[in-house]
Ligand binder design. Sequence first.
Ligand SMILES: [Zn+2]
Length: 99
Amino acid sequence: MQMSHVASKGLQRFLFGKFCQILTYKTEWYGKQLVLADRHYPSTQRCANCGHVKTGKDKITLQGNASHHTKHNEYVCYQCGYCNDRDQNAVLNLLALIQ
Ligand SMILES: [Zn+2]
């Protein structure tokens, strides 16, 4: 099935909305709290060690960071020198939201 860009984006939004609906239902069912990060929360750009948020040319993209010669899956803080896997750094930032 071939789909236009607009239709596929609409399908993606619908499925994510459905996923959030199921998560809400399940967390209420088990008496838990669902915490959703703001869509603009910089979990992959924020340092889990010092809180510095990368902006502009310092940001990590899917291709990494060309000016600092880092790969897309590694996080290096240019403020404090903290190094970690990009995904693990993002998880630590998301965990900081609930603490
Ligand atoms: Zn840092």
